[in-house]
Design a protein around this ligand. Structure first.
Ligand code: ADP
Length: 429
């Protein structure tokens, strides 16, 4: 182009004028394209670059290609980031990222729930400013983190968390937060359980050893010997009862599946229970009344149901002063389910104990329970059995007034005598 302008200039004898016009035109063209480039870059949204020929066309296309490449890369990064966010959000464990100076840079949703972190206020804060537990602060002060630290959640009382520092990259750190409340509870239960069993077995064994030592001494009268044997056999029976209850509980706990759907003729089962109760009631002389729906059956396991009902009845007999009133009911509930209920007018239970009665070894009055031969496992067994039958245990009680224990079975577990001809006729109670 410039060559052409020089040639034209020579031809017409006005070289400088033609060149001046040529460069002015060139300058205007450059300026116009620069303006178009600037507008295009500023607006940004317009995807396609302005049309231009020559060098400018190449510049526009070059920038356009660069832009497209960077857009594609950004898209990939955003996608990756979203995937990372989604996967860390789904993590049950909390993750907090600390920068090189130990300040909070980023965290996932679980960390927010477990530690109560707030966005954006807590970005750039130190974790130890937010969680002031001394063990936690000490752990985060160590230059070479080892193991993990256990601390109570600053958000919820009773929730136990662990934090573990994991160094990565350039002096950065990941902090992994885990809720270990359940593990701790199971651990505590296991410890309590072992301590309880040891204690329960040690007491009768100590009593028996004492009697045995006395028996070998000379000068023990026949009457004393007999009394000692009687008491030792009582202690042996207690230990046997405890071991049987433990075995029953362990069997129930190991059976994961629900019980079979065999039809249990509850009225028949209650007739047998009535005979056993009469024997147990010998000394106490309670007045026990029975109100049994003879056409109401259940689907489940008869041995387990027998054990649960017996436990409730034995408790009513044991925790009611002599001559008490005990009412046993088996009836169809309004919602289509069935209820087994034992009501007594005995010593009753204070409200603060009720929720804990079904815990293993939980007893309101340990001495009284031992006296009556209780192991503290009865209601734990009842709860397990009912759980396996999709049933619930309701406990209502008033101190010195009496207690009512109700087992509520759902409709699906109920069977009626008249509905199924293959069932044997109901037994009378
Ligand atoms: P235990 O072998 O001690 O009877 P359970 O698990 O059967 O163990 O019962 C737990 C505790 O619940 C008992 O120690 C007693 O304090 C209380 N309890 C159970 N049934 C009754 C009841 N009918 N009346 C009053 N207290 C009861």
């Amino acid at each position: 182009m410039a060559g052409l302008a020089v040639a034209v200039g020579f031809l017409f004898g006005h070289l400088s004028l033609v060149l001046a016009i040529f460069f002015a035109g060139l300058f205007l063209w450059y300026f116009r394209n620069l303006l178009r480039l600037q507008r295009w870059l500023q607006k940004g949204k317009k995807y396609v670059p302005p049309l231009a020929g020559g060098l400018w066309g190449e510049v526009f296309n070059g920038i356009y290609r660069l832009q497209q490449r960077s857009r594609a890369r950004n898209k990939r990064i955003v996608k990756l980031l979203n995937r990372f966010r989604e996967s860390t959000a789904a993590l049950p464990d909390g993750v907090v990222v600390l920068d090189r100076t130990g300040n909070i840079e980023w965290w996932n949703e679980s960390a927010e729930k477990l530690l109560g972190l707030r966005y954006p206020a807590d970005v750039g804060q130190r974790l130890t400013n937010l969680i002031r537990n001394p063990d936690f602060v000490r752990y985060f002060g160590e230059p070479e983190p080892e193991g993990r630290v256990e601390f109570e959640s600053p958000r919820k009382e009773g929730v136990i968390l662990t934090a573990r520092r994991v160094p990565y990259g350039n002096k950065q750190e990941l902090v992994l937060i885990r809720d270990v409340t359940l593990f701790r509870r199971v651990e505590d239960m296991r410890r309590d359980f072992v301590a309880n069993i040891s204690h329960e077995l040690r007491t009768p064994l100590t009593v028996m050893r004492g009697f045995l030592e006395n028996l070998v001494h000379e000068g023990v009268t026949e009457e004393e010997r007999q009394r000692a044997v009687e008491l030792m056999s009582q202690q042996a029976a207690r230990m046997q009862g405890l071991v049987e209850d433990l075995m029953m509980l362990s069997r129930l706990e190991n059976q994961e599946t629900k019980v079979a759907n065999e039809v249990v003729i509850v009225p028949q089962l209650l007739t047998a229970l009535q005979e056993e109760a009469a024997l147990l009631n010998g000394e106490k002389q309670h007045h026990i009344r029975w109100d049994v729906d003879k056409d109401l059956y259940l689907r489940g396991n008869s041995k387990e149901l027998d054990s649960a009902f017996m436990n409730l009845l034995v408790n009513a007999i044991n925790y009611t002063p002599p001559g008490g009133e005990i009412m046993v009911r088996w009836y169809a509930a309004d919602d289509g389910g069935a209820c087994f209920e034992v009501q007594d007018n005995g010593i009753g239970i204070a409200p603060q104990h009720i929720a804990r009665l079904t815990e293993r070894f939980y007893r309101v009055d340990v001495a009284r329970s031992r006296e009556s031969g209780g192991s503290g496992l009865g209601l734990a067994i009842v709860k397990h059995i009912l759980g396996r039958h999709d049933a619930q245990l309701d406990i209502r009680s008033q101190v010195n007034r009496g207690s009512t224990f109700t087992c509520r079975f759902p409709t699906e577990r109920v069977a009626h005598a008249e509905q199924d001809d293959s069932l044997p006729p109901a037994a009378s109670s």
